[in-house]
Design a protein around this ligand. Structure first.
Ligand code: PLP
Length: 239
């Protein structure tokens, strides 16, 4: 059997801190093969995002169709979509592949401030929630606030249609807590804070989870494995 592949639909950060280069790194480390189709190209250095443009829809669709036709895709990871139309295209293709686990890491804004979605908050909410229907949604606190239209709440987001929500608490002071909400209930994952600043932790966590799911690992174990991978990545960063 060939190595299971994860189809990544996300933005290109040419500096590699976040986006599809970070996704590819995490997926390889997780024992799967990354197939990366950029939704958008960002003009970006390790310091900040300067601007970005979406990739032509016909080219984006052709890339994904070719891979879906020929490769052993076992999971999908969606990151920055940039605009609502991209979500519509992805939903159309995935409607033929309902067997595939999908991990959706919503991307709205870079840490440096640039908005990474063109459209209203309402449009962003609808686009990301529609992609996460039946899949796994991995928002941070700010993204959960936008998607849930209120204080961050994993259970409330779960009621909007995902199979699971992993609400990441890394931006709260103190030791971070991630909250996993599924039909089985709520589980909290805690660990001591690693005091570094690092980019692309959300991209890496969601991609490592997708790699686990592609290899047939159960969701809870995929979350545990992905958290370990991100903690090892953080430990390698300079303080
Ligand atoms: N660029 C791309 C393509 C991204 O996907 C993201 C975040 O997911 C960013 C930039 C922003 O990364 P950061 O929050 O580390 O600035």
């Amino acid at each position: 059997m060939s190595t299971p592949c994860v189809l990544v639909l996300a933005g290109l950060d040419p500096s590699g801190g976040a986006g599809i280069l970070a996704d590819a790194e995490a997926i390889r480390a997780g024992g799967a093969r990354p197939l990366c189709v950029p939704t958008a190209i960002t003009v970006q250095t390790t310091r900040s995002v300067r601007r970005w443009e979406p990739v032509a829809h016909s080219l984006f669709t052709a890339c994904a169709h070719a891979l879906l036709e020929e490769e052993n895709i076992r999971a999908v990871k969606v990151g920055m979509i940039g605009e609502a139309k991209i979500a519509k295209l992805i939903r159309e293709w995935l409607s033929h592949r309902r067997d595939l686990p999908v991990v959706v890491d919503p991307v709205l804004q870079a840490s440096s401030g640039t908005l990474l979605f063109r459209g209203s908050l309402e449009a962003a909410r609808e686009a990301y929630l529609s992609l996460a229907e039946g899949g796994v949604l991995t928002p941070n606190l700010a993204e959960a606030q936008v998607l849930g239209d209120g204080p961050p709440d994993a259970a409330k987001l779960l009621a909007q249609g995902p199979r699971a929500v992993l609400l990441k608490g890394g931006h709260l002071p103190g030791d971070p807590v991630d909250v996993l909400a599924t039909a089985e209930g709520i589980e909290e994952f805690r660990a001591p804070r690693i005091k570094v600043t690092a980019r692309g932790t959300g991209c890496r966590l969601s991609s490592a989870m997708a790699a686990g799911l592609a290899r047939g690992v159960k969701l809870r174990d995929a979350v545990i494995g992905a958290r370990e991978f991100v903690r090892a990545y953080l430990s390698r960063q300079a303080p």
